[in-house]
Design a protein around this ligand. Sequence first.
Ligand code: BJW
Length: 259
Amino acid sequence: MTAPPSHDPRHDPRQARQWIAQAARIAVLTGAGVSAESGVPTFRDAQTGLWTHFRPEDLATEQAFRAHPQRVWDWYAERREMLRGVQPNAGHHALTAFQQRHPGRLTLITQNVDGLHQRAGSTGVLALHGNLSADRWLDPCALARRPQDACPVERAEPGRPPHCAQCGNLARPDVVWFGEMLPAETLAAASRAARECQVMLVAGTSGQVYPAAGLALQARQAGAKVIVVNPAPTELDEVAHAVLTGTSAQLLPELLDGQ
Ligand code: BJW
């Protein structure tokens, strides 16, 4: 008879806890699942995931925004509104508390744009996919003297994307859409943390989106133990030394609290 998962060292949180205890540097890569228990929908979960109801190419690309700015703006406005009503959960808090007990030991890399790690008090968060609550200009300003200058005049009408009254430039959410480069310095810092850690903890991500998912492979190739925390199978399970089945609000405290 096959031993229950809890008796297999590959599924044993005690083994993973020990690796964490011994690691001088820990990198954590989080995804949408870490915020699920705060009430924030994931992208790819059946029934509840955002992509169950919408096609990513209709909403999360620059082409979609240029073609239908109001539709995309409304979708983001709705998500921003939803975020105002949610709070960090036990998983976010466990990461923050560990960082506070061990300054400089844990680098937090997130694909999440919801700001919940930051609101929980985590510091130095490497936000690979931007920030849902911030805007930036879609195009470089046609009228500014220097390319880095912002559009001089912004006009915001309720419910509509703000635009420059002089050149028509639109504001867009400051997130990373498909086909767009991740912020170079943030990605470089995340890659460094992945290559320099002894343990990489991968929590709440399907591991389907690159280059973020590639950080787990980088950590593994550099000799780190890779631990996956997820209630469901992920693309990164085969890269991992330990696959812990459960939610992040349950398992992150179990792995991190008291050490
Ligand atoms: C729980 C839980 C609980 C549930 N507890 N867990 C190499 C190979 C193939 C393709 C590519 C490649 N390199 C690049 C690409 C293209 C593309 C890509 O990866 N495509 C794949 C999907 C095929 N990547 C890009 O385009 C990236 N840019 C790029 O590569 O630039 C270079 C380039 C430019 C031009 C041409 C070519 C290259 C940019 C990616 C940007 C991703 N943006 C989004 C939207 C952000 C804005 C917004 O929010 O609207 O980021 S998409 C979406 O996916 C979001 C997420 O951050 C990201 C990852 O999703 P995540 O977090 O993993 O969520 P889910 O839903 O997938 O998974 C949730 C998990 O939680 C599940 O496993 C659940 O089981 C689990 N869960 N409850 C713990 N309680």
